[in-house]
Write a protein that binds this ligand. Structure first.
Ligand code: ADP
Ligand code: MG
Length: 930
């Protein structure tokens, strides 16, 4: 290995001298590489462009000198060995050169010394260079450490043995809340409270002994904030191993503290949530198996903890198929984002019921997930309530529309139930109305809700008991657990909500809602107003119906009055004629010898005249112009007496039953008229059952109320006896029912019906202050109800039925009759039976006779309607002078004039023409014997 050549810059004006110097340098055994320069410019150039180990300079040159060269080198901040070679250099010059920085000098004549000098200088220069490098390195490393200390994220704090700050870095100053420079000299106690200061002092002492690692303190700032720090100190000792102080590394742990506090807070919040009992919280593994769940969750699901965790149970087990899709979406979200935003789903409880929840999920770490759920049942219910309220509003509008567009009640109610079922989405809806006279519930309309297929048609008694409850309490009634036998055959139909239909406090009906799902209160509240609307509809209908009925009844009454007047007039004249025919036939018959055919003929005439008399009697009855002789009666007794006869009329094919009421009230009616009423009804019933059937006659006590009276003009309030005649015959349509009470209305063949039966019945009933009502439907039979006022009087003996009464007598009778034929017939009848008869053709004659003849008169037998004076008036006048005289009035007609003539006012006995010998003689005897 060849040593590096020594590069020498020789500053010399003489090339020879330079060679000599180089020669001398060879003594160093080194390869010498030299260059000669002789002025400042070239020297500078060489120093700048190349590197040199050594400069050897001549002391003095014509254009240059050593001291200047030395200055050039120093000016270029070079520290090369600089040796001066001089021919003539004095001691003084040498000292000045050395002072200027030359390292040595050698005289030209002693160049042998040069080699060792150079050797030494080069060595020293090398050492110098190395030192320089070392110093530089030290400087750099110090700067680096300083930079580290200054820029470290930790605080560096030096506290001396006296407890004063000797150094702090910027981070530390920041932690202490002061300026770097101002902090020097301050005591830690200025930054700490007493407790922390004591703790720090103790720590530093312990640390100096090497027996403590860290202390945690809190630096308080002027602005009220603070910094928590962890401090670790290293003791510093001086050369003599005296404790100088501590160098502390200080770490700001405020953030850690804060997040720890936050974590603790969030943990405690989570604990609150977990235990709150409101929110379901469950932890599941990545396979969706539930591994932990809170009490709220257990309650929501209806499981016990052990039960749920032991099984094991997966989310899918708790999720109905309908919710699976939403779950999948949430799961995808969970996988991609670590959190699934809230979604609605249902859970299946242990008991199979479902609950709606709002669920949310998050991945807690790689192995577990958290699912939280809020029970939506309440919210769903609230939503449902709102919806129901909306529906009720729509419904009210709908029904109001129905009310304004429809007239017929059935149609109104049918549309009401239809709307209710549809809008409320209710399984079944019914409306009942309350019908007089007995306030019975009548089912008017029924509708099933949309999409609610029934397994079987529901029974008519569905909800009847519950509706009855509403009627009794007049309050809404809601139950979600209807008794099984009220459910109309569908046992799942458990919920019922009923509302009274009230108008001004009057109950007109009930609306009932039926559902398989529990019904809520709000349906009821909403329906309250709706029920009012429907109720008004029903009532309006009732009123119009009553009006229509009243009008029809009025027309009927007017018609009857006209017909009655006509019939009455005809009957009057007819009766007089019949009286003559009857008595004449009787005379002929009794005058003829036995066996004579004339006798039979006379009897035929008599019979025919009697039939005619029956007809006029009927005419007078329906025209209400027959004078009735009412008696207090027990209808059951009447029926018992008629039983045999009625059975005969009905024949074999008709099953006949009389149902009696144990304690039937009494009525006051004309006995023969009530016989006729019953008979007419029974005959009609028989005609309606040509192939047989069943006839039931029933008697009941009833009390007629306001609404009944309202609907049946002519009826009176209070206790009545109801006589019901019902058959299972052909029945009648509405049109026929409208006309049956009209005289001469018949649907029977010519010769079979007269059309007078029911008009007679009506006449008798009305004259007895009663009412009649018919219920019939084609094919379903007919029921007649007759309501007669109940009386408290005791039964009257039937005076007409005196046994052994003889028709003969010898008393004096004053007979006053303006019709000659009638007078003559009556006279001969009376005389034949032994009476003394004084006959007069006018009341005037009778008065005159009475005044002029003092003989006693036992009986005045007089016509009622006569020219000049009425029969009763004549009786009154005669009574003034003959107080003991009995009076019997007779008339062929019984209109208002009889009342005007005072027959009813007095105790005057009355006899209805036409008379037969028998009836006249009985009546005369009756009056004389009274
Ligand atoms: P008539 O019996 O002479 O026809 P009514 O006045 O007794 O006259 O009856 C009038 C009509 O009323 C009858 O023709 C019949 O059409 C109808 N009617 C009366 N009672 C009944 C009944 N029980 N069932 C069916 N129709 C009846
Ligand atoms: Mg009849």
């Amino acid at each position: 290995m060849t040593p590096k050549p020594l590069r020498v810059l020789i500053v010399e004006d003489s090339a020879t001298d330079a060679k000599l110097v180089a020669q001398a340098l060879r003594q160093t055994n080194r390869v010498i590489d030299f260059l000669r320069v002789e002025d400042e410019v070239s020297m500078r150039r060489e120093l700048e462009t190349a590197s040199w180990d050594l400069i050897i300079s001549d002391w003095s040159m014509p254009k240059f000198n050593a001291l200047t060269a030395l200055a050039v080198m120093k000016g270029m901040e070079l520290d090369l060995p600089f040796i001066i070679v001089s021919g003539t250099i004095g001691e003084e010059t040498a000292v000045a050169a050395m002072r200027a920085g030359a390292h040595d000098y050698v005289l030209k004549d002693k160049l042998a010394r040069l080699a060792p000098v150079v050797e030494r200088e080069v060595r020293e220069s090398k050492i110098r260079e190395e030192r320089r490098q070392a110093a530089k390195a030290l400087l750099e490393s110090e700067a680096r450490y300083r930079r580290i200390v200054e820029t470290t994220s930790e605080g560096v704090w030096v506290i001396d043995a006296g407890g004063k700050t000797t150094f702090m870095n910027a981070r530390m100053a920041q932690m202490l809340g002061c300026d770097v420079n101002r902090g020097i000299g301050r005591s830690p106690s200025e930054f700490l409270d007493d407790k922390d200061n004591a703790a720090l002092t103790t720590y530093l002492r312990l640390a100096s002994m090497g027996i403590a690692n860290q202390v945690e303190v809190r630096f308080l700032h002027n602005d009220g904030t603070s910094v928590s720090a962890l401090l670790e100190a290293t003791p510093v000792f001086d050369a003599a191993r005296h404790y100088e102080g501590s160098l502390a590394m200080v770490m700001d742990i405020s953030e850690r503290k804060r997040s720890e506090a936050a974590r603790r807070a969030s943990e405690s919040r989570f604990k609150c949530l977990w235990e709150s009992g409101i929110i379901l919280i469950a932890i599941s593994d990545t396979g969706d198996k539930i591994i932990e769940i809170n009490d709220a969750g257990l309650e929501l699901l209806g499981y016990a903890r052990d039960e749920l965790l032991a099984q094991p149970i997966y989310w899918d087990d708790l999720t109905p198929p309908e919710s699976r899709r939403a779950d999948e979406t949430a799961r995808a979200q969970l996988m991609s984002r670590g959190i699934a935003s809230p979604w609605e789903k249902e859970l299946i409880r242990k008991d199979g019921r479902r609950v709606s929840i709002l669920a949310a999920a998050a991945i807690l770490d790689d192995s577990v997930r958290i699912v939280i759920g809020v029970d939506l049942t309440e919210r769903k219910r609230a939503e449902q309530n709102l919806q129901e309220r909306m529906r009720v509003a729509a419904l009210t509008a709908d029904i109001a529309l129905v009310l304004t567009h429809e007239d017929a009640l059935e149609r109104i109610l049918q549309r009401c139930v239809g709307s209710l079922a549809e809008h409320l989405d209710i399984d079944f809806v019914r409306i009942w109305t309350i019908e007089a006279p007995n306030n019975v519930l009548v089912l008017q309309a029924t509708a099933g809700g949309r999409g609610n297929q029934l397994q079987a048609p529901l029974g008519a008694h569905l909800g009847e008991a519950e509706a009855g409850h509403v009627v009794r309490t007049r309050e809404p009634y809601l139950t979600n657990d209807m008794p099984l036998d009220s459910r109309g055959g569908d046992v799942s139909m458990a919920a019922f909500a009923g509302y009274p239909l009230l108008v001004d406090g009057e109950l007109v009906g009930v609306v009932g809602l039926f559902s398989r799902e529990p019904l809520s209160e709000v349906t009821g509240n909403g329906l309250g107003s709706l029920a009012n609307t429907i109720a008004v509809g029903i009532q309006r209908n009732n009123v119009t119906r009553a009006n229509v009925q009243l009008e029809a009844q009025l027309r009927q009454a007017q018609k009857m009055e006209a017909v009655g007047r006509l019939a009455g007039g005809v009957a009057h004249d007819f009766n007089n004629i019949l009286s003559v025919i009857l008595s004449s036939a009787d005379f002929i018959g009794s005058d003829a010898k036995a066996g004579d055919s004339i006798r039979d003929d006379a009897h035929e005439i008599y019979k025919a005249a009697m039939r005619a008399a029956g007809l006029t009697r009927q005419l007078l009855m329906f025209s209400r112009q027959q004078v009735l002789a009412p008696k207090v009666l027990d209808l059951d007794e009447v029926l018992e007496n008629m039983d045999k006869m009625l059975r005969r009329i009905l024949g074999e094919d008709v099953e006949f039953a009389i149902r009696r009421n144990a304690r039937l009230g009494r009525v006051r009616v004309d006995p023969s008229s009530i016989d006729q009423v019953i008979m007419n009804l029974v005959v009609n019933a028989r005609d309606a059952m040509p192939t047989g059937g069943k006839l039931t006659i029933e008697t009941t006590n009833v009390v007629l109320d306001e609404s009944f009276v309202h609907q049946h003009p002519g009826a009176n309030l209070g206790p009545h006896v109801m006589l019901t005649v019902s058959d299972t015959g052909t029945g009648m349509d509405q049109a026929t029912q409208q006309r049956i009470f009209e005289p001469f209305f018949t649907t029977k063949q010519v010769g079979k019906g007269t059309g007078l039966g029911l008009s007679t019945v009506l006449g008798i009933v009305q004259q007895s202050q009663g009412v009649i009502r018919v219920d019939s439907e084609p094919g379903k039979g007919t029921t007649f109800n007759i309501y007669l006022p109940r009386v408290d009087d005791v039964l009257e003996a039937d005076r007409a039925n005196h046994p052994n009464s003889t028709l003969h007598g010898s008393e004096t009778i004053l007979l006053v009759e303006d019709e000659d034929q009638v007078r003559m017939a009556a006279q001969s009848l009376l005389e034949r039976n032994g009476y003394q008869v004084i006959e007069m053709s006018s009341p005037g004659e009778a008065l005159l006779y009475s005044e002029t003849n003092p003989q006693p008169i036992d009986l005045l037998l007089t016509d009622v309607v006569m020219p000049q004076m009425s029969g009763p008036e004549l009786a009154r006048r005669l009574a003034l002078t003959r107080p003991k005289m009995k009076v019997l009035c007779m008339s062929g007609y019984a209109d208002d004039s009889i009342v005007r003539h005072g027959v009813f006012e007095s105790e005057i006995a009355f006899f209805q023409k036409p008379f037969t010998p028998d009836t006249l003689m009985r009546k005369v005897r009756e009056v004389l014997d009274a």
